[in-house]
Design a protein around this ligand. Structure first.
Ligand code: PLP
Length: 360
């Protein structure tokens, strides 16, 4: 089976972990600080704060902006559930806007319709590694006095108009095993705002400003030096990883037939966390089964929009979001990770072609 993702861990990562283990400093320490500095430099921001997961990054960012009960945060329903759950976890209410059909990201025109006097933030997701429409969203935020928290969990190294994703709003990244940079589990918050950075540092560590001095409610959402050491090595490889993803994506787009291949808007640099096509005519699930039978680890991200998940239905979310729901029925992701060989890429195209022969 050609897997949909593959962590690329080499000797350097192993050596880096060994060095930390030998140092005896395993929990949050100097390697975390080094990783934060390197990540901030990559994004071109003043501050980066490492945490234990992408979900923790989203929660910390929301809390650091003072978002909580009574507040509304407008986000997309076409994402991984952590996007919306992190809002719920603060006591605030996620309000879902529909998406744009071309890149599957949140539609600023639908965001504007949903702004109320309770709205405190907009949380776009740069889905699959393609930047959301940040120009319009930042403009809206300015007009209505809102915060923008970017769910950049799938978009390490992506840019818009030359600006790194995570540098326009408050950025939240994940280093889960499938991501463009991985530490197994892990996360990072990026910001140019000292107050947000300071609040985030307290929240991730029991609200402690000094050992055993707790100024605020906080949690244990720290990253370990063991994982930060892996992250430092991975970060050096990010550009190469993303170039390989883009090259693989270009090959697939040039050779696949019968499906709608991904778009990249002019101002954007897509980092293809996923290579996601649209399959029309109700053929998506049949193509998925066919590809799996041919040894291609294709998958669907995401088969159910968040507002349609049982838990959200139970909470009373009923309003249809037609474009997100249609995307859930039509999207299909194919392997695009940097470890794919030419032979594997050819096999993916041939497997799809042997189905498109059956009229997609
Ligand atoms: C869009 C999005 N948001 C949030 C998350 C949560 O990140 P993590 O799994 O590191 O908690 C992920 C990844 O899993 C994601 O893809």
């Amino acid at each position: 089976m050609i897997s949909i993702s593959k962590p690329l861990i080499g000797e350097e990562e192993m050596e880096a972990v060994r060095a930390v283990l030998e140092s005896g400093q395993l929990a949050q320490g100097p390697k975390v600080q080094e990783f934060e500095a390197a990540f901030a430099a990559m994004c071109g921001v003043k501050e980066a704060i490492a945490v234990s997961s992408g979900t923790a990054a989203l929660s910390v960012a929301l809390l650091a902006h003072g978002i909580g009960p009574g507040d509304e945060v407008i986000t997309t329903s076409f994402s991984f559930i952590a996007t919306a759950n992190s809002i719920l976890a603060t006591g605030a209410r996620p309000v879902f806007a529909d998406i744009l059909p071309d890149d599957f990201n949140i539609d600023p025109a639908d965001v504007v319709r949903r702004i109320t006097n309770k709205t405190k933030a907009i949380m776009p997701v740069h889905l699959y590694g393609h930047p959301a429409r940040m120009d319009e969203l930042m403009q809206l935020a300015e007009t209505y006095g809102l915060v923008v928290i970017e769910d950049a969990c799938q978009a390490h190294g992506a840019t818009i108009n030359g600006h790194a994703i995570g540098s326009l709003g408050t950025g939240c990244f994940s280093f889960y095993a499938t991501k463009n940079v991985t530490t197994g589990e892990g996360g990072m918050i990026t910001t140019n705002d000292d107050n947000v950075a300071n609040a985030a540092r307290l929240i991730r560590n029991h609200g402690a400003s000094a050992p055993y001095h707790h100024e605020d409610i906080g949690y244990n959402w720290r990253l370990t030096d063991i994982l930060a050491a892996i992250g430092l090595v991975q970060l050096k490889k990010l550009e190469g990883f993303n170039n390989a993803r883009r090259k693989n994506a270009a090959y697939l787009s040039a050779n696949l037939r019968g499906v709608e291949t991904p778009t990249e808007r002019d101002s954007c640099y897509h980092v293809y966390h996923q290579y996601t096509v649209r399959v029309r005519n109700g053929q998506r699930d049949a193509l998925l089964s066919h590809l799996r039978e041919q040894g291609i680890g294709a998958n669907v991200y995401y088969p159910t929009s968040i507002h349609q998940q049982p838990i959200y239905r139970k909470m009373g979310y009923r309003e249809p979001l037609p474009k997100a729901e249609k995307a859930s029925r039509e999207v299909l992701s194919l392997p695009v990770h940097p470890a794919l060989s030419e032979e594997e890429l050819t096999k993916i195209v041939e497997a799809a072609a042997s189905f498109t022969g059956q009229k997609v």
